[in-house]
Design a protein around this ligand. Structure first.
Ligand code: IYR
Length: 224
């Protein structure tokens, strides 16, 4: 016997002109998402973050095992701890570990070891991947396509936060293992995947001109 299926009832078909208009509107919306590095400390309601994490959790995943866990941090004490550890690592990175080519590549972004946003922004969301799990809470099965799945969920999360009206930044201090301890997820099954910073942009936030330059359709796509 095959597994039970239920009818697809929530698909919406749009007339072709409306489909194109929607695709254009979505493009215009997502083009306004920029990584920002200066956040306001204005609070953001936990309910908003909850909805965005549920949106992330709706991403497709290998065998629908949903191999992710999100730690949403608003505690000042924990944010300060994360900032301290991240800055210590970044100091090593910027003062040699990165190497010349990498530092050159980062120059247009104007980044440095100072990560004030890590304790200014109202929310940090640490994304963890899980090697084993399954749909049921007690499952301990092999997870599949873990990296791809968690990448998709993180993309959904960024999209949801932007759509809700928040500024975002992806942050990947290297190595990220310190996050496991601070977030209470120091176990054999879970690995930190990315840290997402979310909040209102500070009034004087800038974005690097370089980051606004996106490749053309011809550059990123071939039609066969
Ligand atoms: N993690 C460092 C360096 C960094 C690396 C890349 I690749 C970026 O696109 C941006 C920054 C930092 O956060 O400064």
């Amino acid at each position: 016997m095959t597994e039970q299926h239920v009818p697809l009832t929530d698909f919406i078909e749009y007339p072709p002109e409306q489909m194109l208009a929607r695709a254009q509107q979505h493009l215009a919306e997502i083009r306004r998402r920029h990584s920002i590095r200066k956040f306001s400390d204005r609070p953001v309601a936990r309910e908003v973050i909850e909805q965005c994490i549920l949106a992330a959790g709706s991403a497709p995943s290998g065998a629908n095992h949903q191999p992710w866990h999100f730690v949403a941090i608003q505690s000042d004490e924990i944010k300060q701890q994360i900032r301290q550890e991240a800055e210590a690592l970044e100091q090593g990175f910027y003062s040699g570990r990165a190497g010349e080519e990498w530092l050159d590549a980062l120059k247009p972004l104007g980044t440095n070891a100072n990560k004030a946003y890590l304790d200014t922004a109202p929310w940090l969301i640490a994304v963890f991947s899980q090697k084993r799990g399954g749909v049921e809470a007690a499952d301990d099965k092999t997870n599949y396509y873990v990296h791809e799945s968690v990448g998709l969920a993180t993309g959904f999360l960024l999209q949801a936060l932007h759509y809700a009206g928040l500024g975002t930044l992806t942050h990947t201090p290297k190595p990220m293992s310190f996050l496991s301890k601070i977030c209470g997820r120091d176990n054999d099954n879970e690995r930190p995947y990315m840290l997402i910073v979310a909040g209102y942009p500070a009034e004087d936030t800038t974005v690097p001109a370089h980051a606004l330059k996106k490749k053309s359709l011809e550059q990123i796509c071939s039609f066969l």
